[in-house]
Design a protein around this ligand. Sequence first.
Ligand code: SF4
Ligand code: MG
Length: 333
Amino acid sequence: MSQLLQVENLETKFRTADGKLPAVRNISFSVDKEETLCIVGESGSGKSITSLSIMGLLPPNGEISSGSILLDGDNLTEKTEEEMEKLRGNTLSMIFQEPMTALNPVLTIGYQLREPLIIHKKMSKKEANKKSIELLDKVGIPNPKEKMAQYPHELSGGMRQRVMISIALACEPSLLVADEPTTALDVTIQAQILDLMNELKEEIGMGVVFVTHDMGVVAEIADRVMVMYAGEVVEIADVESIFENPQHPYTKGLLNSVPDVDDETQELEVIQGSMPGLDEEITGCRFHPRCPFAMETCKQKEPPLFEVTSDHSSKCWLQEVKQDGNSGAITRS
Ligand code: SF4
Ligand code: MG
């Protein structure tokens, strides 16, 4: 598989009354074609800000202060707003959490689907109409021809989200960025939409960045997983390693807070404490105030991202202890 997206040393800051504060702190990751990278973490971890940074859709007080975002080798951080607009809905698509706010309430479904095809793919209205009906059919919308003439409020939440997905996929983007796209939906519709995204990923060969706080969703859709905490990447690995061999205490905490449906007696373990605010200075490991394994070093020195295997890294001093114990060798990256 070839590389599609490469994010290097990305830092995103917000201007506040207390000065510029970092919400994303020097993170690096990549996504291949036909690969889904899930970004997980509690709210405030920086996962949505990472996705908005990629899309060039940061709120007015946010800015990318350093680093690069390469899409097929093209640096998105150097693009003008006009150039980004051309990319969005064409090469680069996004699905938001709340479909009602992302769809235009006064325009028909048909209009909203045809528009990007006419603008970006230079289709005639007739061609765009035909393609739109095909797309609605593909996302499992019954009677797609009739739905074309309807307005967003005439559809159920699940149908609207499917419409959003078909709009996002209309121009066959190279990269789809999805931020909690199924959170508001009931589990049956959620499962259908995740299946569909998996199918389409392979069919059109796109890469997917999927933001979620739900480890159940991660298990359904991820090829690789990036765990974020307080603006940093704390663990990144293929999906099997995250579930079967998690290294970072925060990742383990997230996994323990997933309810086991077969065990009714199980108490949900939650990670004690809460995510630090943007303005909170924390020395050493940013997770140390909440970490059950924190050592003296953790309070003083920031851990590097240790390599566990070639496709698995963990930003935790425990890795050094383990590696010292195993071979005496310390691998840092
Ligand atoms: Fe916990 Fe220390 Fe690892 Fe941070 S570096 S996660 S405090 S053990
Ligand atoms: Mg969010």
